[in-house]
Design a binder for this molecule. Structure first.
Ligand SMILES: [Zn+2]
Length: 277
């Protein structure tokens, strides 16, 4: 696993899959074609105007603990056709991260592609971990199939920490609410030494949304709230030179943001500046 170090925190990426996902106009309906044309082939296929997505878990080592940001699709939900089906625990183990050694699991929100490997065959995949679960999504989903499979077993095993508003993980990491994509969607801020980053979950589905942060994906449950959270988080990232780690675009993994000419303080258009991981 390739890693980078930010302050005292080591960050690595395990990619469950990456590939063509959906027509660009379906994924981010308001983004004009000329915005897509600014992106490279890791994010958009010009020949058929299809958005390319990734699914990845960030692996953090912080304060002596091993922390996962999101747990992918699991075994029974599969929008992208690849064979063989990915196996996140196997990929993690191959990267030296054994399930028993994971101390903390963060679900940035409770969509199926972020909680899939919370459990395996109904039991916690990471038996020694605490799982951080956003309360608004937990309340909303209670009783539905996804909750029954991927969240309820964690709560029943006594491994869940259901949180709301803001949750400090350690000296360098804090979760904060960024609602809109779902009611409980959260971002993870990293402030360590002189380094800053933010793990944005599904605040972004494509770097095309960096070009105009008001442009929502088709998966945003509350469009106005999602756009508001995206603008706020990206404006702060631009102001503070905060690296942005997305859930769904890979190839590169994280981007630096910078103000573009013409971007206003309230709604800065941003651009991919640097890919490192
Ligand atoms: Zn997602």
């Amino acid at each position: 696993m390739e890693t980078i170090t930010l302050g005292r925190v080591e960050v690595g990426r395990v990619r469950e899959l990456q590939g063509p996902f959906a027509p660009a106009g379906d994924l981010v309906p308001d983004a004009p074609r000329e915005h897509w044309e600014e992106l490279g082939p890791d994010f958009w296929q010009p020949q058929d105007n299809v958005a390319v997505l990734a699914l990845q878990t960030w692996v953090l080592r912080s304060g002596g603990r091993t922390i996962l940001v999101d747990t992918g699709l699991g075994t029974d939900r599969f929008p992208m056709e690849t064979e063989p089906r990915p196996d996140l625990p196997g990929l993690l183990a191959a990267a030296g991260v054994h399930p028993e050694a994971v101390d903390l699991v963060i679900n940035t929100h409770l969509h199926g592609d972020h909680v899939g490997w919370n459990t395996t065959d109904g039991a916690p995949t990471f038996p020694n971990a605490r799982y951080l679960i956003p309360a608004p999504d937990n309340a909303k989903l209670s009783g539905d199939d996804l909750h029954t499979k991927a969240v309820a077993p964690i709560i029943e095993a006594g491994l869940a920490e259901v949180w709301e508003g803001e949750f400090r993980i350690d000296a360098d990491l804090v979760l904060e609410a960024a609602p809109g994509h779902t009611p409980g969607s959260a971002v993870l801020r990293l402030d360590s030494g002189s380094d800053r980053a933010v793990f944005v979950g599904d605040l972004l589905h494509s770097p095309v949304q960096l070009l105009e942060p008001a442009h929502n994906s088709c998966f945003d449950e509350d469009p106005a709230g999602a756009a508001r959270s995206r603008k706020t988080v990206l404006a702060r990232a631009a102001d503070e030179n905060r690296l942005v780690f997305p859930a769904h675009f890979g190839g590169a993994g994280y981007v630096a943001l910078s103000r573009r000419p013409g971007g206003s303080g309230r709604n800065p258009a941003t651009q991919v500046e640097e890919f490192v991981l």
